[in-house]
Structure formats: structure tokens, C-alpha cells
Write a protein that binds this ligand. Sequence first.
Ligand code: FES
Length: 138
Amino acid sequence: MHRKQFLKTSCSFCVLASAGFFVSTLPSCATAILFKNKDNKIAVPVSFFAKNDLQIIRTREAEFDIALRKEKDGSYTALLLKCTHADNALTSTGNSFICTLHGSKFDIEGLVTKGPAVHTLQKYHTQVISDHVIITLQ
Ligand code: FES
């Protein structure tokens, strides 16, 4: 590794570590298990999206997963995988999200495509900082 690349990588890690972010992934699992920091933010490495534009993010503290999708323009969309009908966990099919409790379906944008749910999925603000997507849980 060249000195410049080493410094860039090391500094990125230090910035995130000082912000309280820690990452733990299971290489054989499609779901990344991450930690939120004291500011209710989750840092997801951009490298997670090298092969797949959709990642399912799980935090140890949260009841529901988050679907984080890379858009064609390079931005990211974060959707809470909690059914808006009666708060059941949703399952990703890769291009939609389904609720096994009463059958609601949501498209990749979080819009309802089949009821009984009528409200879109909750979205979180995202921004890219230092090779990581930061999801703000507010
Ligand atoms: S809780 Fe999801 S459809 Fe009822």
C-alpha cells in the first residue's frame, strides 16, 4: 500500500472511530450488523455496495432492519423495514419488501403496492462522509 493510500485509509478509520462508529460484519451473511453511535448515526462502508446496490443493515439496539440502497446518481436511500400497517418486520425480496403478517407489499422506494398498509415506509437521512454512508436515525 502506498503511503498516500495508507494515510487516507487510516484517517478515515480514525475519524469514524472517534465518532463512535464500530463495524461488525458476517461475511457469509447478507445482513450487515452495525452499531449506532451516541448521536444515533450508523456508518456503513461504501465498499459494501461494490457488488450489490441493496444492503440490509441491522443494529444491535434496533428492533427493525434498515434497507440501504445505492441510487443511480450515487446517493443512498435508507428505509426502515417496519410495516406501516401494524409494525411487523418486513422481508426483502431484492426488489420489494413484504410483510408476512397481513400481506402488505412495498416497492423499492418504500411505496405501498399492496395493502392493507396505506402509508409509505419511513426514510432516514443519509450522507456520504469519508468512504462511509452515514444514516441518521431521527
Ligand atoms: S402488519 Fe404488515 S400488513 Fe399488517
